[in-house]
Design a protein around this ligand. Structure first.
Ligand SMILES: [Zn+2]
Ligand SMILES: [Zn+2]
Length: 198
């Protein structure tokens, strides 16, 4: 009599069950709001967007479902970790890939004794085990053979010529356009003097 029936159900125990169900749904709703907020914090950097996602989740259940559809697929931590890994591997590649023949700028491996392109001497082999030795080494790290006074090391590497340089912004573009523009400018006097279409 005192408690109005929920959805018109009069039976007492059913009434209690429905009330419990509603309490349960409300608790889940609040939990979803908190979950959306916490999840958005881990995926979205912009606090305004985090607020927007949380506001969307205020719409019971549907809001959180919509958020789950449109949310960024990756955690910010994973993204930062991936960026760091990429930077590290790029640095490793740059470190590994920068062995050039000091005589002809041909790309050579770190353990080459002679340049395969110009036959220039790159490193001396160990007298005992034949492995390539760095000029500043005093003992062979592979077989422990003492190394006598080394011949003067090859001259420091020249800068790579622009024509063989890897594509890079800056000086390379300038050189490329200059090289192309030159013959065009020379051919110009034989044609019309003024700009075309005048
Ligand atoms: Zn060479
Ligand atoms: Zn050795």
């Amino acid at each position: 009599m005192l408690s109005p029936a929920v959805f018109g159900i009069n039976n007492g125990s059913v009434n209690t069950a429905v009330a419990l169900l509603i309490v349960f749904l409300v608790v889940v709703w609040f939990a979803l709001i908190y979950w959306t907020y916490a999840d958005a914090r881990r995926r979205i950097e912009d606090p305004v967007l985090v607020g927007t996602a949380t506001a969307v989740s205020l719409v019971p259940f549907v809001g959180t479902i919509v958020y789950m559809i449109v949310r960024p697929p990756e955690y910010l931590d994973d993204m930062r970790e991936r960026e760091l890994e990429m930077q590290a591997s790029e640095a490793r590649l740059a470190e590994l890939g920068y062995h050039l023949c000091p005589h002809c700028d041909y790309e050579v491996d770190n353990d080459f004794l002679r340049c395969p392109s110009c036959r220039g001497k790159l490193k001396n082999p160990c007298e005992s085990c034949g492995r390539p030795l760095e000029p500043e080494w005093k003992v062979c790290p592979y077989c422990e053979k003492e190394i006598g006074p080394a011949p003067p090391p090859p001259r420091p590497a020249r800068r790579r010529r622009a024509s063989t340089e890897q594509p890079a912004p800056g000086p390379f573009d300038e050189a490329a356009t200059f090289g192309e523009a030159r013959p065009f400018g020379e051919a110009r006097p034989f044609g019309e003097v003024g700009p075309p279409g005048s």
